[in-house]
Design a protein around this ligand. Sequence first.
Ligand SMILES: CC(C)(COP(=O)(O)OP(=O)(O)OC[C@H]1O[C@@H](n2cnc3c(N)ncnc32)[C@H](O)[C@@H]1OP(=O)(O)O)[C@@H](O)C(=O)NCCC(=O)NCCS
Length: 161
Amino acid sequence: MSNKEFEKMTSDRIVVRAIEPKDEDAWHKLWKEYQGFQKTDMPLEVATTNFARFLDPTVKLWGALAFDTETGNAIGFAHYLSHLTSWHVEEVIYMNDLYVTEHARIKGVGRKLIEFVYKRADELGTPAVYWVTDHYNHRAQLLYTKVAYKTDKVLYKRTGY
Ligand SMILES: CC(C)(COP(=O)(O)OP(=O)(O)OC[C@H]1O[C@@H](n2cnc3c(N)ncnc32)[C@H](O)[C@@H]1OP(=O)(O)O)[C@@H](O)C(=O)NCCC(=O)NCCS
């Protein structure tokens, strides 16, 4: 089998869907990995609060998981939220987190997660989607430049928070 066929087969094996209650352990594992990547260690309370919010229909914070259908393993997530903006009547979507477990990268999983967020944004009637990344995260930007455009904005944060 050629590389191309293998890549295609691999991509066909990826499905993305909204997080469900049964995904808690799988999501926690990926969330832990993601914190390692981000060089941070968040309290467990953040994880449990996130997961509860994903499932709460009154909270506009959502989680999506990517799965390898052949193994059934969760291999990545996207978290996104909706918020008001003074620039549009409708809300906008902020993609808060995107993560693909190391062995599953460069197989189209990240792209499928972003496409899922775009689809949900359209369904919600809030099609504008944005996110931030570290300027040195070139790997992520290889994907982002294909599915979005890079703005000229620079992000500032209140010191200490
Ligand atoms: C960033 C991340 C989510 C991307 O996920 P992914 O599943 O590897 O991305 P995809 O396979 O969908 O897309 C990668 C794209 O970039 C290209 N690409 C990625 N790495 C590449 C490399 N080293 N050389 C050449 N092209 C590369 C691929 O060709 C692909 O383009 P295509 O869809 O046109 O084929 C993943 O690398 C990750 O989780 N990294 C650690 C966490 C992180 O950085 N999160 C983002 C924080 S903002």
